[in-house]
Ligand binder design. Structure first.
Ligand code: CTP
Length: 409
């Protein structure tokens, strides 16, 4: 990154807030630049002045703060400033507001405007922590990719023992550093494709498939979190561009191929998560085909296999393919691994309703030419994406250590 990691510490109102002062110190010792924001209740537990002196920056408090002198809104500029948002302590109230998307003070408006990694350290009485309503909110936040640390079991403010103590500042600091993504992707360029392609029939109709693009977008987000420069080549999908990702929008398989041919040579890793249409019309119809003209003759021709093309466009990159299967998953995955000349093939079973298309979770098996397949059981796509990215990095590093670039397939 070339500059120090910027951490916005969000403090909500719990007795553990007194430990936030130490957290600020720890983060600074780890080389971070820290700013703090406190909710109204937090200010009763730790004085903003303490945090201001420790962080060397004004502490953002309570309500919406309006614009700074240059006419920019502070919650937006603060969200853009931060690399990581660390909520410590995170009370039941703060977590519930975040899960629902409520934005009624400076910290929650900033959190909603923030697109990067979030670490939260819950702290509350164990009676509150175990309530079903709160568990639901916490699961929602984790499903969105936020990282929970703790709570730990121990003595609570009430004097009882139970789960609810905020994790120690040292552990929170380690989690913040991990979330910021020093996971082997700094200085790397990653190209990810996502979504379906659309092959026009006439000016209003097209052939396409059910890919939502979510898995590919999650992979792009995970790679960016990991510190890579990420280019996401996206088919037509209705998804927001992930944090710090460059996006190139395409419509057809041929356009996706052109984009890859242009971009892939810069890549260290190419992940083909897109569901590229296998066929297009030999010739599209001008205007709109009218019903009285009868059913049009769809003369289909094959699209190029972009993964196969990648062997030429990105010979040194680690190339990862996906396979959506509805029957013989393993046999088909192994066939594609060889036929498409890829280093890893991520297979999922699209005949299952609880994973894959249009669902927020996925379960996959990664196949490689040698060695055992690696199984990733069902989990939210963003969490799966992080785990897959870790595997890709390990594989990339293994190849670089064992094979000189010139000799790599
Ligand atoms: N793929 C590609 N170009 C195509 C078709 C597919 O690059 N024209 C890539 C996909 O992005 C994916 C992998 O190939 O990474 C496997 O896609 P899949 O649709 O499962 O493979 P097909 O070759 O189309 O095989 P089949 O339809 O027979 O299952």
């Amino acid at each position: 990154m070339g500059r120090s990691l910027r951490v916005l510490v969000g403090v909500s109102g719990g007795i553990a807030a007194f430990k936030t002062a130490e957290l600020v110190r720890r983060l600074q010792e780890a080389g971070c630049e820290v700013r703090c924001s406190v909710t109204r209740a937090a200010a009763a537990f730790v004085t903003p002045l303490t945090l201001e002196v420790l962080s060397g920056a004004p502490v953002y408090q309570e309500e919406y703060l309006g614009a700074n002198g240059s006419g920019q809104e502070l919650h937006i500029t603060t969200a853009a400033w931060a690399d990581v948002l660390c909520l410590a302590p995170a009370t039941a109230n703060l977590l519930s507001r975040l899960a629902l998307g409520l934005a009624d003070d400076f910290l929650t408006t900033t959190a909603l405007a923030f697109g990067g990694p979030v670490v939260f350290a819950p702290a509350m009485h164990s009676e509150m922590w175990t309530k079903e309503v709160l568990r639901g909110h916490v699961a929602t936040l984790e499903g969105r990719g936020m990282r929970r640390i703790g709570p730990e079991v121990g003595r609570l403010a009430s004097g009882e023992r139970g789960a609810g103590r905020m994790a120690e500042p040292e552990r929170i600091t380690a989690e913040v550093l991990a979330a910021s993504g020093s996971r082997g992707l700094e200085g790397r360029t990653v190209v990810v494709t996502a979504g379906p392609t659309r092959e026009p029939i006439d000016d209003v109709r097209f052939l396409s498939n059910r890919s939502s693009g979510r898995m590919g977008f999650a992979l792009a987000a995970a790679a960016a979190e990991g510190g890579a420069r990420v280019v996401l080549v996206a088919g037509p999908v209705d998804l927001a561009t992930p944090w710090r990702v460059e996006r190139v929008d395409v419509t057809t398989a041929l356009e996706m191929g052109e984009a890859l041919e242009r971009l892939a040579s810069e890549a260290d890793l190419v992940v083909m998560a897109a569901a590229v249409a296998d066929y297009r019309l030999a010739k599209t119809f001008p205007g709109k085909v009218k019903r009285h003209q009868g059913p049009p003759d769809l003369d289909l021709v094959e699209n190029p296999d972009l993964l196969v093309g990648l062997a030429e466009w990105a010979p040194d990159a680690l190339r990862v393919g996906f396979a959506a299967e509805s029957g013989e998953v393993e046999a088909e995955a192994r066939r594609k691994l060889v036929a498409k000349g890829v280093h890893l093939l991520v297979a999922n079973d699209v005949s299952r309703r609880d994973i894959g298309f249009d669902v927020d979770a996925n379960e996959v098996t990664v196949f490689r030419p040698t060695g055992e397949p690696v199984f990733f059981e069902r989990r939210p796509k963003l969490l799966l994406a992080r785990d897959l990215m870790d595997l890709f990095v390990t594989e990339m590093e293994r190849r670089e250590q064992t094979t000189p670039a010139a000799a790599r397939p």
